[in-house]
Design a protein around this ligand. Structure first.
Ligand code: AMP
Length: 282
């Protein structure tokens, strides 16, 4: 596996490989890798000739300075994991390499059709602007590729698909299922910041979502939200940011008795750590 830090070097290398018919798979990450990330890399490896994974903690997408400061960074372990999972190129750029004019450069103008106005967009102002900014830069560097994103960040996946289509970028976006720990907790780089006590109860988020899924046919939107709220608040340590039941395509909230194409998305704080999860209801 090659480790590359220069954008121009990566661009040129991928261009060369495309000329000889190589299909490029790209997996953008913020590092602190776990099996969720690795499942994306393995899928990319099974569908492409060359796999590029990036490790870049994007300052532009953190609305909370302390979250950025405390974001786990485990580069040596990341490198080893990628090496063993079929990754060919690790792209590890500096902030200057990604943002030659600084991360405060103007946002990319793109109509996201309101996908960015709900859920994470409401609770983390500026977050998706930062995501779009960094991905536009990444896709300019990689050029034509298949890009792999997890359903763990379902709203991000929807926004990336929309962005690629609006900006007519030569990128095919591939969604990948959520990888979970044995107790159901969605794998996340942030899980390592949970205390032992918090980690013991963190699995209750996905258990509450699975209960909601199994009762969905018999419960309305507000009843389902109330059920999940009640189950989570049994644990005093959870602080709920939002529980939303939305249409999977538009991400707009479902009306009371709508049933089709539903996803429930939650964001909760457990101590200092903010966790998100989701499950398809229908
Ligand atoms: P991150 O490093 O958190 O920015 O995540 C990089 C990519 O990995 C994103 O596309 C995430 O949605 C995806 N990802 C993170 N956690 C998981 C998981 N548990 N299962 C599947 N994909 C994941």
């Amino acid at each position: 596996m090659l480790t590359i830090t220069g954008a121009k070097e990566l661009s040129e290398l991928l261009e060369e490989r495309r000329k000889t018919g190589g299909k490029i798979g790209f997996v953008p990450t913020m590092g602190a890798l776990h099996d969720g990330h690795i499942s994306l890399v393995e899928k990319a490896a099974s569908e492409n000739d060359i796999v590029v994974a990036s490790v870049f903690v994007n300052p532009a997408q953190f609305n909370d300075k302390s979250d950025l400061e405390h974001y786990p960074r485990t580069f040596d372990a990341d490198q080893k994991l990628l090496q063993n999972s079929g990754c060919d190129i690790l792209f590890f750029p500096s902030i200057e390499e990604m943002y030659p004019a600084g991360p405060d450069v103007p946002s990319i103008q793109v109509d996201l059709g309101g996908l960015d106005k709900v859920m994470e967009g409401k609770f983390r102002p500026g977050h998706f602007e930062g995501v779009v900014k960094v991905l536009k830069r990444f896709f300019d560097i990689t050029g034509f590729c298949n890009a792999y994103f997890g359903e763990k960040d379902f709203q991000q996946l929807a926004i990336v698909k929309r962005m690629v289509s609006e900006l007519r970028l030569p990128v095919h976006v591939v969604g990948c299922p959520i990888k979970r720990e044995n107790d159901g907790l969605a794998m996340s780089s942030r899980n390592t910041r949970l205390t032992i006590e918090e980690r013991k109860i963190a699995g209750k988020i996905s258990i509450a979502l699975r209960h909601a899924e199994s009762k969905w046919n018999a419960r309305s939107v507000s009843e389902t939200i109330a059920d999940i709220t009640a189950e989570l608040t049994e644990e005093k340590a959870f602080r709920i940011d939002y529980i939303e039941i939305a249409d999977r395509d538009t991400l707009q909230p479902l009306s009371e008795n709508e049933k089709r194409n539903a996803i429930v998305c939650v964001a909760v704080f457990l101590g200092q750590v903010r966790l998100i999860d989701n499950i398809f209801l229908s």
